[in-house]
Design a protein around this ligand. Structure first.
Ligand code: RIB
Ligand code: CA
Length: 310
């Protein structure tokens, strides 16, 4: 049996972060070495509390650390319209049995990297604040990062402004630093994640699994779909789970290597990720950008993950 890939989860749960974490926890191909919360869809207090509750529900047995109170430079903006005031509205979750360690997120990341005999993959599914803080404070550990499989950006359009996707827009300076770091990046942006749709009939398949995690996942999907249906989506786009699924089953995805730059200025384009798809610039590719997926295969992974709790 192949050795599982060691990973660090970094997110702002968030319905789709929570489902990404479920996928990671249930896969024998991955080993979660640590979890960090980031200020993103809600305040750091709320995303940390949600991380605690999600880890408790899923039985994730790894150290958790709380992220910075805000982005590197920018003012924080939340997304209550998508995830609710709590940052994870919907079904009732267990009260936390998991508590943050007494280290900032980037220090826990550094500790995990230092203690690991092999390089570790980072899986950020929120703004890139913690990852950038790690690279700023411990550049010596870059070689211990196997890669970054992240959800954020999009090479054709945004979802929070016409040009920018939410995770990148919240902390463009952090994203800029990460994309210029030289660490190999797999980018699950809106190009693919808006196609990572779980349809209402899939919710029912998951609900019918009839275990406590599957029931919560079905409720999360319903809640998440509630927002997206009004925008014309045919299902719930489980954005963040693509960053995990790309590690477990890369054959489900179409990826292209290209140079991606992050716009930190601009009247209209702050937070945009500019992908050089036709290699027009002098820059060598710095990212594998996921552009398409086998939707049914992706939903199958999520369903199998939920079934593993039966
Ligand atoms: O734009 C999608 C991202 O923002 C995802 O990470 C999701 O959790 C949302 O908050
Ligand atoms: Ca997220």
């Amino acid at each position: 049996m192949t050795k599982p890939i060691p990973i660090l989860l970094d997110g702002d749960p968030g319905h789709d972060d929570a489902m990404a974490w479920m996928l990671a926890q249930s896969s024998p191909l991955l080993e979660i070495r640590g979890v960090t919360s980031v200020c993103g869809n809600q305040t750091i207090e709320k995303t940390t509390y949600n991380a605690q509750r999600v880890m408790t529900l899923l039985g994730i047995d790894a150290p958790l650390a709380k992220g910075r109170t805000g982005p590197l430079i920018a003012e924080h903006m939340a997304a209550p319209s998508v995830h609710g005031e709590s940052g994870l509205d919907g079904p009732v979750l267990p009260e936390p049995a998991v508590f943050p360690v007494d280290l900032p997120a980037c220090a826990l990341m550094a500790k995990v990297l230092e203690e690991s005999p092999e390089p570790v993959t980072l899986v950020p599914t929120g703004p890139l604040t913690n990852v950038a803080s790690l690279l700023l404070t411990r550049p010596d550990l870059k070689g211990k990062i196997a890669g970054i499989s992240m959800m954020g950006g999009g090479v054709t359009h945004g979802n929070w402004t016409p040009a920018a996707e939410f995770n990148i827009l919240v902390d463009p300076e952090a994203a800029d630093l990460v994309f210029r770091s030289g660490v190999p990046i797999t980018m699950a942006g809106l190009d693919v994640t808006e196609k990572a749709l779980v349809f209402p009939e899939d919710f029912e398949t998951i609900r019918a699994l009839d275990n406590p995690v599957a029931s919560v996942v079905a409720d999360w999907l319903e809640f998440f779909y509630g927002f997206h249906r009004k925008l014309g989506y045919a299902g719930a786009p489980v954005h963040d789970a693509v960053a995990v699924a790309a590690l477990i089953a890369p054959e489900l995805f179409h990826m292209e290597e290209m140079y991606v730059a992050v716009e930190t200025q601009g009247t209209y384009c702050r937070g945009a990720t500019i992908g050089d798809r036709y290699h027009l610039s002098d820059h060598a590719p710095n990212a594998r950008v996921i552009l398409d997926l086998d939707r049914e295969g992706f939903v199958g992974l999520l369903t199998k993950a939920a079934a593993s709790y039966s």
